[in-house]
Design a protein around this ligand. Structure first.
Ligand code: MN
Length: 162
């Protein structure tokens, strides 16, 4: 038994080390967040529907497919909400964050991830606790589309995430 112990220890250290490295490689600082290519923008005018501070930069709004650069400070997330009729597409460009649909586990997000949010789906998105997080939000056009803002993501739920 004794001779197997070092092998088990080594394996554990390698696995833990790998996970920590992947996380910290994806984490972004405030300075990095402010230098994103589409711009950092202004304090989000929809801030009352968010916990924490977020920043909004319209990328394009004139040709029927609105796109916004959205930046979340660490721990910031939007309330549960529903995009009615048109859905939303998130293109993750920087940092580490989460997307969660009601009744399902949260999905961790990294740069390059694409999230297709169908219409009429209750969900939230936001930053991890130790990273700034940036995504481009593409609003899928729909006749009479609207957003319905619901309850906050509680600290109790949020703090379960790593
Ligand atoms: Mn959304």
């Amino acid at each position: 038994m004794k001779k197997f112990l070092p092998i088990i220890l080594t394996t554990t250290v390698l696995l833990t080390g790998g996970q920590t490295m992947a996380q910290s490689e994806s984490n972004a600082t405030e300075e990095q967040a402010k230098q994103v290519i589409f711009g950092f923008g202004e304090l989000n005018p929809y801030g009352k529907y968010f916990t924490g501070k977020s920043y909004l930069k319209p990328i394009t709004t004139t040709n029927g497919v609105p796109m916004y650069n959205v930046t979340f400070e660490p721990k910031c997330r939007n309330n549960w909400h529903i995009h009615h009729k048109g859905g939303q597409i998130l293109l993750v460009t920087q940092g580490r964050g989460y997307y969660q649909e009601w009744g399902k586990p949260a999905q961790e997000l990294h740069p390059g991830d694409v999230v297709n949010i169908p219409p009429e789906t209750k969900h939230w998105h936001g930053a991890a606790k130790d990273s700034w997080f940036t995504h481009i939000a593409v609003e899928v056009p729909a006749k009479d589309g609207s957003n319905e803002w619901l309850e906050r993501v509680s600290d109790e739920e949020y703090n379960k995430l790593k």
